[in-house]
Design a protein around this ligand. Structure first.
Ligand SMILES: *Cc1c(COP(=O)(O)O)cnc(C)c1O
Ligand SMILES: [Zn+2]
Length: 421
């Protein structure tokens, strides 16, 4: 047991500028001081020996990929990741598709979204770097996760959100004792303010000054796709885009596994999904541009994806183009429709972001961008219980009756014929 733990450790080397490649020692920094490019965690790949057998011998959580994560020592939150993946047979029948897979981070630990992956790394790094307080600029799920995981670490948390987020997401942040600050503005206003605060105070902003480490957590979503499908990737992977980090890091994960010999040549196409009311990346991809125009005033029920100026938007477009994928942006109506199809056909209640991703998949099927005879995987990232408001007017009201058999019979009348004793 102890021996297994010992070889399960990080092979991180340094931070490196994604643009000019200048190297930096590990620390709470995220921007290159020479060219202002974003910093990225670099690993000593040649020293990594990782095979399927080794991975499978480890506990079913995201730390089983330790060699490719920037974390040393034991993280406080153990049971993050390794969320279910399943073959969506009912959807295959419904759409006439050969192979559809769904991976569901809506049941991730501890706060039911994929953000637990990134935050469990970020808060650990914040602690390692000597911070006593963590913070974030959030569209909701990040707020929940930072509040919960900082509580586990006994650290102070400051959470900055647009003031008009879903009430459930606000409540599920405040409950952990975090300081929750609602900003009169959209996410981009929140993010700009947080950048200023991070320069003035010794606070670790998980998605700003800790961002290079934080975003590495998203790779585990990609590692798990590969491992859970027996190291054979699907033809198409559809990913929701908010800040754009997840899609970039799933691609990085596939490429790292390829480099280590765990995957054959990666030919998977990556597809981005954003809501119609906030789709800067999708719009750029559709116009075949490599640079996006920020959306000034996002307007969508998918608040968790409402980032008008995504920090990794540029790199998302790059990944989509490099992998020969595409992007789609369903309307609010299609988002709700998609949530309902997923619930009725597969028994999964996803949040609005999941409706965006699944709605984008449906569009891609209908336009022929994704062929029905190929294999596809849809990335669900959050839980429907956190965005109830979106569906309030789209599900029928319950039927209320007096507690007598006559009333029940009257209500269902002829529809009960098939169920008679
Ligand atoms: C944050 C978030 C995303 C996207 O994450 P990025 O890495 O910022 O693109 C997707 N789905 C949900 C539910 C999220 O909360
Ligand atoms: Zn640089």
């Amino acid at each position: 047991m102890r021996k297994e733990k010992k070889d399960q450790k990080s092979h991180v080397k340094c931070l490196r500028c994604r643009e000019c490649k200048r190297e930096y020692p590990l620390g709470p920094i995220n921007i290159c001081e020479v060219c202002f490019g974003p910093l990225e965690v670099e690993y000593d790949y040649d020293s990594i020996e990782l095979d399927a057998k080794k991975i499978k011998s480890r506990k079913p959580n995201m730390w089983r990929y330790a060699e490719l994560l920037p974390v040393d020592g034991d993280p406080v939150v153990q049971d993050v990741g390794f969320t279910p993946i399943f073959r969506a047979r009912n959807l295959e029948k419904y759409f006439g598709c050969k192979e559809i897979w769904i991976k569901n981070d809506g049941v991730n630990f501890p706060t039911l979204s994929f953000k637990d992956r990134v935050v469990s790394i970020a808060v650990k790094k914040a602690k390692d770097f000597g911070f006593n307080a963590v913070a974030c600029a959030s569209t909701g799920n990040l707020a929940n996760s930072v509040a919960s995981i900082s509580a586990m670490y006994g650290m102070k948390a400051f959470i900055f959100i647009p003031y008009d987020l879903e009430p459930t997401k606000i409540l599920a942040t405040s409950v952990y004792g975090a300081e929750v600050i609602g900003i009169k503005g959209n996410y981009d206003n929140v993010n700009r303010l947080c950048t200023e605060i991070s320069e003035r105070y010794k606070i670790a902003f998980v998605n700003i000054n800790i961002r290079p480490f934080y975003s590495e957590g998203s790779k585990t979503y990609g590692f798990e796709i590969a491992e859970q499908l027996s190291f054979r990737l699907p033809d198409h992977v559809v990913v929701p885009i908010a800040g754009g980090s997840l899609i970039v890091k799933i691609w990085k994960a596939f490429k790292e596994f390829e480099r280590l010999g765990l995957l054959k040549e990666v030919e998977t196409r990556m597809y981005g999904a954003q809501p119609e009311g906030c789709a800067p990346v999708v719009n750029a991809v559709k116009k075949d541009l490599s640079i996006f125009t920020p959306v000034k005033e996002p307007k969508t029920i998918a608040k968790s994806l409402a980032i008008g100026n995504p920090p990794d938007g540029y790199y998302s477009i790059k990944v989509i183009r490099e992998s020969k994928g595409y992007a789609e942006s369903p309307s609010d109506k299609e988002i709700i429709e998609a949530i309902k199809i997923l619930a009725e056909k597969e028994g999964i209640y996803t949040e609005t972001a999941g409706g965006v991703t699944f709605g984008a998949f449906i569009r891609l099927l209908h336009s022929g961008k994704i062929s029905k005879s190929d294999s596809s995987l849809i990335c669900l990232t959050g839980n429907g219980l956190k965005t109830q408001e979106a569906l309030a007017e789209s599900v029928p009201p319950i039927k209320i009756i007096e507690p007598t058999i006559e009333n029940f019979q009257k209500l269902y009348d002829d529809r009960l014929q098939d169920y008679k004793n």
